[in-house]
Design a protein around this ligand. Structure first.
Ligand SMILES: [Zn+2]
Length: 443
């Protein structure tokens, strides 16, 4: 599974290497064209010595390169952070979906198709890791699904042995009749399984993921957040994703309620914190004010919700292709990621699972950047921040490792350009990036 770094950048050949490219790009520099990088290759890490226009690398005090690599038709960018994905669904592959079918029908399909043995889950996660690396990913916020309600640390263990960094968020459900058993299972996990786990998962941290407001009671959210604080575990959730969730939280009605009733989980305690006309983000206002929760999607956000997310510094993972796949703009209008950024929300990018992607050969936020470039004309610096430093910070990783500033570098990608404007070429293409360097040790 280890990627093969470029031979001139191989850790077995320590040296100072200069790369001359059509352009270099990161969240601080924006796009510099033509661009050059001066790297020191150590056996255990790669350090950026200088980055910028080619003549900047000849400044006094910088060493002369041992080797020069010429990449005139490539744009170089740091490795990417996919802040929300489900690697354990990778075996399902891309699946056509009509938004008119509704979200609940889709959920039933995924429940039936997901693996429920450790071997099956490990195999799916391993192929998800391979596809993530093929897409230039250095770190993931991966959701470890809970088949039949069982917490599973298999994805964390597999990720721990892989070249990727990040967080494995253990997902759980807990509402109505399932609330008390969920608390019991989590307590047992923290007592019995968690203490030995961090040795097995290396730089991949364990986090908790209460699934979503329509499957986790507000009281269980609060309980899990207190537990996470006590144990130093990062928290994430799905939030404000679908119109079904909106109907459930605002009015206590709709297909999500029908699903709980069908599963025999409904009791009237469910209604107590909901059915007050609030949108999902407002429903979690108290929690977001007191805890850092990485919130995936947030397709459904009023002005008040955007303000609340900004005031609480809540990081949001926007998954553009997933939003489009489920027809979110038809219900909620265009995603408000730019308003969120303006309000101070650190918006990251995520892919969600391979099921909703149009790139069977890779799982990468590079293709989310391309969509936003084409559709919205979002600028390079914004897209790079969302795809690198915002995601790293949200996952508790050093954001400097995903910039080209001086210091250790977690990853380096060469994206094909088309000979014209390098950024437009890199964003206009459909091909995978070439992974030149992948070093999670730098985080
Ligand atoms: Zn998700």
């Amino acid at each position: 599974m280890n990627p093969h770094p470029h031979p001139d950048l191989h850790p077995d050949r320590p040296a100072v290497v200069r790369l001359d490219a059509a352009a270099i790009a990161d969240a601080s520099l924006g796009v510099v064209a033509p661009g050059a990088l001066l790297l020191r290759i150590h056996p255990d890490q790669v350090v950026v010595l200088a980055a910028g226009l080619p003549h900047a690398l000849e400044a006094p005090g910088l060493p002369a390169p041992d080797r020069v690599l010429s990449l005139p038709d490539r744009l170089l960018m740091p490795g990417l952070v996919n802040a929300h994905t489900h690697l354990d669904l990778t075996h399902i592959g891309p699946m056509p979906h009509q938004p008119g079918d509704g979200f609940v029908a889709w959920v039933h399909h995924i429940r039936a198709a997901r693996h429920d043995t450790p071997e099956g889950i490990a195999e799916a996660v391993r192929s998800g890791i391979a596809l993530s690396i093929a897409g230039g990913t250095v770190a993931v916020g991966d959701i470890a699904g809970a088949p039949h309600g069982r917490l599973t640390d298999t994805p964390a263990r597999v990720l721990g042995g892989s070249p990727l960094a990040g967080v494995s968020y253990l997902e759980f459900f807990g509402i109505g009749r399932s609330a008390a058993p969920a608390i019991e299972r989590l307590e047992r996990f923290v007592r019995e399984a968690l203490p030995g786990l961090s040795e097995a998962t290396g730089p991949v941290r364990i986090g908790l993921q209460p699934h979503a407001p329509n499957t986790v009671d507000l009281g269980v959210y609060r309980w899990a957040a207190a537990l996470a604080d006590r144990c130093g575990l990062p928290l994430a959730t799905h939030l404000a994703e679908t119109p079904e969730e909106h109907a459930f939280i605002a009015r206590g009605t709709g297909p999500q309620r029908a699903m709980l009733e069908q599963f025999g989980l409904w009791d009237d305690s469910v209604l107590q914190p909901i059915a007050k006309g609030r949108e999902p983000v407002r429903h979690l206002a108290g929690l977001l004010g007191e805890h850092r929760v990485l919130c995936a999607h947030v397709n459904d956000a009023s002005d008040a919700a955007v303000r609340l997310l900004g005031e609480t510094g809540t990081p949001v993972v926007y998954c553009p292709r997933a939003s489009a796949y489920f027809g979110a703009p038809d219900h909620f209008g265009p995603h408000r990621y730019r308003d969120m950024l303006d309000a101070g929300v650190p918006v990251c990018l995520g892919t969600d699972s391979i099921v909703n992607l149009d790139t069977p050969d890779r799982i990468s936020v590079l293709d989310e950047m391309r969509l936003l470039h084409r559709r919205d004309g979002s600028d390079a610096r914004t897209l790079l921040a969302m795809a690198t430093v915002h995601g790293a910070t949200a996952l508790g990783l050093d954001p400097d490792a995903v910039t080209l500033g001086p210091g250790p570098l977690a990853g380096l990608l060469a994206v094909p350009t088309d000979g014209g404007d390098p950024w437009a070429g890199a964003m206009g293409g459909n091909g995978p990036p070439e992974v030149l360097i992948l070093k999670r040790e730098c985080f």
